[in-house]
Design a binder for this molecule. Structure first.
Ligand SMILES: Nc1ncnc2c1ncn2[C@@H]1O[C@H](COP(=O)(O)OP(=O)(O)OP(=O)(O)O)[C@@H](O)[C@H]1O
Length: 300
C-alpha cells in the first residue's frame, strides 16, 4: 500500500512537537465574514479557527472563492470580520499595524523611489532617522541578496527581484508575522522555485512567522509546516494538514513518497472526483455554445 500523508517519520513528529510547544502568535477564533451582494448575502468565511505558533510557516490553499483573500485581509486589518476574533500576541486585531508585514502578488513598490529608499520608507515613517533607516535597510537588502541593486529603481528589476525588495521592505519594520498573498503568482516557474528556496532561507535566519496564500499545491507542500485547506461556499476549514516532508527542504523531495502522499490528499480535497460534481449537474441540459470564430477556422 502507498504511504499515507498522515504517516510521519520520528524526526518530523518530534519537530511538530517542538513547534506546538512554542507560543501562539496568531489565534483566529470562530471567524466569519458575510458580504452584502446583489443576489443576497455571500458567506465568504464561516467559523474559522486557527492557532499559529511562533516561527511556524502556514500555507492556506483552497478553490477559487473559498475566502483566502478575505481571510488575509481581515488578518491584515484591512477588512472587518462579521463575527469571531483575531488575536495577535493575545491582542485583538482591529486595524492595520506594524506587527504585520504584507507582501502581495502585484508589485507594490513605489516606482519613484530607488530600492534602498523603498526599504527605508516604513522605517522612516516609524520615526527612524535617515541615517538609521539607511543602515537598517542595507542589512535587509543584504539578507535578500540585493545589496548591489540599492540604487536601482523598480522598473530596472526583474519580477523576482521586485518581490525580494517587497519582502525586505515588509521585514524591515520587524513584524511578528508576515502575511503573503500569492506573492510568487506572477513569476515564471523557474524564478518562482528560486524565490521559494530563498524565502525558506530567510525564514530560517530570522524570527518570523509566515502565513502564505497560494493556489499551487507543490508550493504549499514545499514551504509549509502546516497547510490550511479551505472549502468554498461557505469558506470553511476542510482540514489542517501537517506536512510530513522533512526539513531542510529541497527540490529533490518532490518525488518522495511523503510529498506525493500529501499532494494526493490536497488534490482529493481541492479537486474532488468528477462524479460528485456531475451528480449535481442535470445531464439533460446541453450548454448552448456560441461560435465566435469563422466556421472554417477549425482548431481540432
Ligand atoms: N467585496 C465583496 N463583496 C461581495 N462579495 C465578495 C467581496 N469580496 C469577496 N466576495 C465574495 O466572497 C467569496 C470569497 O472571496 P475571496 O476573494 O476571499 O476568495 P479567494 O479564495 O481569495 O478567491 P480567489 O482564489 O479566486 O482569489 C467569494 O464568493 C467572493 O465572490
Amino acid at each position: 500500500m502507498s504511504q499515507s500523508y498522515l504517516q510521519q517519520s520520528e524526526a518530523v513528529r518530534a519537530r511538530f512537537e517542538r513547534l506546538k510547544a512554542r507560543e501562539v502568535i496568531l489565534e483566529v477564533q470562530g471567524l466569519g465574514k458575510a458580504y452584502a451582494a446583489p443576489q443576497g448575502q455571500v458567506t465568504a468565511l464561516k467559523g474559522i479557527d486557527l492557532r499559529i505558533h511562533r516561527r511556524e510557516f502556514v500555507c492556506v490553499i483552497g478553490p477559487s472563492g473559498c475566502g483566502k483573500s478575505t481571510l488575509i485581509r481581515i488578518l491584515a486589518g484591512l477588512e472587518q470580520a462579521s463575527s469571531g476574533e483575531v488575536l495577535l500576541d493575545g491582542q485583538p486585531v482591529t486595524g492595520p499595524g506594524k506587527d504585520r508585514g504584507m507582501v502581495f502578488q502585484g508589485y507594490t513598490l513605489f516606482p519613484w523611489l530607488n530600492v534602498l529608499r523603498n526599504v527605508m520608507f516604513g522605517l522612516e515613517t516609524q520615526g527612524a532617522s535617515r541615517h538609521e533607516a539607511q543602515a537598517q535597510a542595507r542589512q535587509w537588502l543584504d539578507l535578500v541578496g540585493l545589496s548591489a541593486f540599492a540604487h536601482h529603481f523598480p522598473h530596472q528589476l526583474s519580477g523576482g527581484m521586485k518581490q525580494r525588495v517587497a519582502i525586505a521592505r515588509a521585514l524591515a519594520i520587524q513584524p511578528r508575522i508576515l502575511l503573503m498573498d500569492e506573492p510568487f503568482g506572477a513569476l515564471d516557474a523557474q524564478t518562482r522555485a528560486r524565490m521559494q528556496a530563498h524565502l525558506l532561507e530567510i525564514w530560517k535566519n530570522i524570527d518570523i512567522t509566515v502565513l502564505f496564500i497560494t493556489h499551487d499545491l507543490d508550493e504549499a507542500i514545499f514551504l509549509a509546516d502546516r497547510i490550511l485547506v479551505l472549502k468554498a461556499h461557505p469558506g470553511e476549514v476542510q482540514e489542517l494538514i501537517e506536512v510530513p516532508v522533512p526539513r531542510p527542504r529541497s527540490a529533490a523531495q518532490v518525488g518522495s513518497p511523503e510529498f506525493q502522499a500529501t499532494k494526493a490528499r490536497l488534490e482529493a480535497l481541492i479537486h474532488p472526483p468528477q462524479a460528485a460534481s456531475d451528480a449535481a449537474a442535470p445531464d439533460d441540459v446541453v450548454p448552448h455554445l456560441i461560435r465566435f470564430t469563422h466556421v472554417s477556422d477549425n482548431v481540432e
